[in-house]
Design a protein around this ligand. Structure first.
Ligand SMILES: O=P(O)(O)OC[C@H]1O[C@H](O[C@H]2O[C@H](CO)[C@@H](O)[C@H](O)[C@H]2O)[C@H](O)[C@@H](O)[C@@H]1O
Ligand code: UDP
Length: 925
């Protein structure tokens, strides 16, 4: 049984550099990418030939910093110092992050020009661009390529190396889970993250084979232009900004969007096709992140029985932002093929659910998305770091060497460190403005504080980059002295070893992201401050409240609103002023919280929840719920000595009535069926309902001896009794009733024909009789969604049933009241059924059968709507725990259910009851 871990980038890629090899961010000896000895040896050999590359520095930065970082700098190009390709090198653009010089050339235009569609010849039949080779013949290459030097890369040597791009947090988590023995058989699925059009077919094949055999990796090949449109454009300039609350017009263009959307679809399809060819029954598929939002449904279409999970690493925006995306419905629908959808935080789950409710008009609840035939759970799984591996890495000689260097260089200084993407959401601009405010407002620190800001990727937005440079220049020119410079801005990533050293030495780590899925670097900073390597500083984490991390570190003293520069400045000062004891207390708080969310526990809890969701879905599938065998039910009925019936009225015995209905009594033949049941002293019957006690009594007319459970469990009337018991007290509704009434009235005023009904413990918005049903359904789902989303700590929930939204207390349900009735029945020692009839089997004290005579040995639960599911689960539990030997749960209608059986061929619950009490042989099922 294989787990396919699917993300856009494989942890490995290919290097065609014959004379030297660069080490990327995800260095082979780092936490990631365990390479085998053969490859490692080869890399070591090649590394010796590595050339140091220059570094892009802050305007105004001193050469000291350059001296410190330059020799170890990752081999990326300098914008002002272009690399000139050698005769055997082909200059290429990499996908999005940094330039690379040793890879096959990209065939794509980055970003695509508006004229991309018109400029290309099109195949009239397929509407696809016709690509021509250098000789002008149709080929798989791009016309832009004409005239460029072409290298037959199949003849060039290649090595496998750790990829620079991709999700480090995910890779670490999967590797940690493998080490912990949670994952035995896993296969990475992804692209190489480099242009592959110009590779010969046999080169691709041998790369794919090598990666599969030696690196547990399944390669997905897509054309360069598809990848470019998908990643550089749709992912990076449409989805990423939107998911981080930046709706940008520039550099977008309608044509870009349409074109790149098609490429986004195609890349998702390529993943689906590759996986569909490989998947075997029992294999599991775990899809990751915003690059592959369409994949779950594409997979479901190809593999209806597969176990498919999806986890979103980035933030998910509010529905108000998401709805701006032109492809919003398709993106949401793309996810709904998954068995489980995970997000980093509760907040993102809520946003997603609300978006599904508002844009797709789906029924949602705190549990997930309710599709007609199943529930897709939507849950938070905050990712964490792999501390044991980090600790190994921190103790490497390279990190220790760097710690010494940085400590010496910054002796006597207060070091603030940060590493973020140079994009809008990364918040570098806001951080610099806050830092400038800090230097202005707190002059006493000016000569001793240094902020080292690493920008971990090249900016995709030149304007932003220019603004950041300008602010940096201003800070350094205003606040530098002959011997001190307060800001170092490295507009390029540093090696991970350098970063670990910086985090070990720093006094403060500052994250001011305007929005961020999680932010694991903050966690790593906390870990690096424990004194395992370098000083035990218990340094302070200043953290934006708009990160996922803030939600698991809530209550932390140094959370900031990155837009509030004054507050950020104050918090920097506050952090610098903390006493050692306060620092240690804060640090302890953070490390305690963090250790509840580790990389391994993330993986483990997600995969367990995925199995549960998959199994639950299989059991909920109406196609798999067996139809009721009336013969076998009758057989059990006849063999039992004490029977309990819990029957729902609305939607099961009766139709759904609105308060406007004037004939609430059950039809006579239905009442007769209940009377017949009650005429047998072995039978105890409860009718459950969302109706009020009064309405329920009216609907049961003069049936004596029937037990009643009204208002979804808030009221109980035991069989044979005239008085009602309330299972809640009035104070339960006092706090929320007024506010909920107002919200309901708002919706009622905007939905013609709807009404609000007040009950003692609940409020119902009835839209069954609304004039415009389409609008009413939308309003109802919005209302339920708003209430469930903003109920805070109130013990209430909004339940959407056919024609109504009921807001009711959560501390009582039909099931909890049925349990009260059941327990009383078991412990009363009374074997009468409330109808003046006594069970024929007298109880003899001490007789081993006495228990079975008061405790039911037969339980039948019949329901029809979603709020009856709690009753089914309760009954199933009694059965599993062996408390009741014969349990039958029956659902009416086709929907996701925990019930074991359903009724077929227009059979009604009344028909079933009639057969049971009829002495004639049961009808054939
Ligand atoms: O650069 P991309 O290919 O667009 O990918 C986006 C980022 O993905 C990863 O970050 C996301 O996952 C992290 C771990 O779950 C989470 O902490 C972060 O907030 C998410 O954005 C990756 O680690 C980043 O380097 C990528 O930029
Ligand atoms: O060379 C590297 C760079 C990053 N990471 C890990 O990748 C994860 C995510 O890094 P990223 O820069 O995306 O930071 P985040 O957005 O999660 O803070 C972190 O746990 C890092 O330890 C790593 O192991 N090696």
């Amino acid at each position: 049984m294989t787990l396919y871990v699917v993300s856009l980038f494989l942890p490995y890629t290919i290097d065609f550099e014959a004379a030297g090899v660069r080490r990327g961010r995800y260095a082979p000896d780092g936490i990631h990418a365990p390479l085998d000895d053969k490859i490692e040896g080869r890399l070591a050999e090649l590394r010796r030939h590595r050339r140091p590359k220059s570094l892009s520095m802050t305007p105004g930065a001193t050469t000291d910093h350059e001296k410190i970082f330059k020799p170890f700098y990752a081999s990326q190009s300098h914008a002002d110092e272009p690399h000139v390709p050698g005769p055997n090198e082909v200059r290429v653009e990499s996908w999005g992050l940094s330039r690379k010089f040793n890879q096959p050339r990209s065939k794509a235009v980055v970003p695509p020009e508006p004229s991309i569609l018109s400029r290309q010849d099109k195949n009239e039949a397929t509407n696809e661009p016709i690509l021509r080779n250098v000789d002008g013949q149709e080929s798989e290459s791009d016309p832009d390529d004409a005239g460029s030097p072409r290298v037959l890369l199949s003849d060039v040597d290649w090595v496998v190396k750790a990829a620079e791009q991709g999700n480090g947090g995910l890779r670490n988590a999967i590797n940690a889970a493998v080490k912990a023995g949670i994952l035995q058989d896993k296969v990475w699925v992804g692209t190489l993250g480099m242009p592959t059009d110009s590779l010969k077919e046999h080169t691709r094949t041998s790369i794919a084979e090598r990666l599969e055999e030696e690196f547990e990796s399944l390669t997905v090949f897509v054309s360069d232009s598809e990848f470019e449109g998908h990643y550089s454009h749709f992912c990076r300039t449409v989805l990423w900004p939107a998911f981080h609350y930046q709706m940008q017009e520039e550099p977008r263009h309608k044509e870009y969007d349409d074109h790149s959307w098609r490429q986004y679809v195609k890349v998702n399809e390529a993943f689906a096709n590759t996986l569909a060819q490989r998947w075997k029954p029992g294999d599991r598929i775990w899809v990751h992140d915003y690059h592959l939002l369409l994949l779950p449904t594409m997979l479901r279409q190809r593999l209806p029985d597969a176990e498919i999970g999806f986890f979103m690493h980035t933030a998910f925006p509010s529905s108000e932002v998401f709805r701006c995306l032109t492809t919003r419905e398709a993106l949401l629908e793309g996810l709904l093929g998954a068995d489980l959808i995970g997000f980093q935080t509760e907040e993102y789950c809520h946003h997603f659910l609300q978006t599904c409710s508002r844009l797709l008009r789906l029924e949602v609840s705190a549990e997930g998305v309710h599709l007609p035939d199943h529930l897709i759970p939507v849950k938070p799984f905050p990712i964490g770091i792999d501390s044991p591996s980090l600790n190994v890495l921190r103790q490497s000689p390279e990190v220790r060497e760097w710690i010494t260097k940085i400590r010496d260089r910054y002796a006597g200084k207060h070091l603030i460190v940060a590493r973020d993407r140079l994009d809008v959401a990364g918040g570098i601009k806001q951080k610099l403005l806050a830092y400038e405010t800090f230097l202005r407002r707190y002059p006493k620190w000016r000569d001793s504080v240094v902020l080292i800001q690493v920008a971990s990727s090249m900016s995709e937005l030149p304007d932003l980059e220019a603004q950041v440079s300008k602010i940096a220049m201003r800070i350094n020119s205003v606040y530098s002295t002959l011997t001190h410079q307060p800001l170092v801005l490295l507009k390029q990533d540093i090696s991970f070893a350098q970063f670990l050293a910086l985090m070990s030495v720093a006094e403060i780590f500052m994250v001011t992201s305007l929005r961020e899925g999680m932010n694991l670097t903050g966690h790593e900073f906390i870990q690096c401050q424990d004194g395992l390597v370098g000083p035990q500083k218990y340094g302070s984490l200043i953290l934006s409240e708009f990160t996922g991390s803030a939600s698991i570190l809530s209550g932390h003293q140094l959370l900031v609103n990155p837009w509030d520069y004054q507050q950020c400045a104050e918090v920097i000062d506050q952090a610098l002023e903390l006493s050692p004891e306060e620092k240690q207390k804060n640090w302890q708080f953070l490390i305690d919280r963090m250790t509840q969310h580790t990389a391994t526990s993330w993986c483990d809890s997600y995969l367990k929840a995925l199995s549960d969701a998959y199994n639950a879905q299989a059991s909920q599938d109406p196609a798999l719920v067996s139809s009721l065998s009336i013969d076998s039910l009758k057989d059990k009925y006849e063999r039992s000595r004490r029977r309990l019936f819990i029957l729902e009225d609305q939607g099961t015995l009766d139709f759904y009535a609105s308060p406007k209905d004037t004939t609430p009594a059950l039809e006579e033949h239905k009442l007769d069926a209940i009377r017949s049941l009650l005429s047998d002293p072995k039978n105890v019957v409860y009718i459950t309902s969302s109706r009020t006690p009064k309405q329920l009594e009216l609907s049961m007319k003069d049936v004596s001896g029937v037990g009643l459970i009204a208002e979804n469990g808030c009221f109980l009337r035991e069989p044979g009794k005239a008085e009602w018991e309330t299972l809640l007290d009035e104070s339960n509704t006092r706090d929320w009733r007024w506010g909920i009434r107002k919200v309901m009235q708002y919706f009622q005023e905007r939905t013609d024909g709807s009404l609000v009904e007040e009950r003692r413990f609940s409020l119902t918005f009835w839209y069954k009789d609304a004039l415009d049903q389409e609008l009413a359904v939308r309003q109802a789902s919005d209302l339920a969604d708003q209430i469930n989303g903003s109920r805070g700590t109130e013990p209430i929930r909004a339940v959407l049933t056919e024609g109504a939204v009921t807001v009711e207390p959560t501390n009582v349900t039909k099931a909890s009241t049925a349990e009260v009735a059941f327990q009383r029945m078991c412990s009363s020692g009374d074997n009468s059924n409330g109808n003046g009839n006594s069970n024929g089997n007298d109880i003899v004290n001490g007789d081993k059968n006495s228990l079975s005579q008061t405790t039911p040995d037969f339980l039948l639960v019949a329901g029809g709507s979603r709020d009856d599911e709690s009753l089914f689960r309760w009954a199933n539990k009694l059965s599993q725990e062996g408390k009741v030997p014969n349990v039958t749960t029956i659902t009416v209608g086709t929907h996701a259910t925990a019930a074991a059986t359903l009724l077929e061929n227009n059979t009604t619950v009344t028909d079933v009851l009639t057969v049971l009490t009829n002495t004639t042989p049961a009808a054939a099922n």
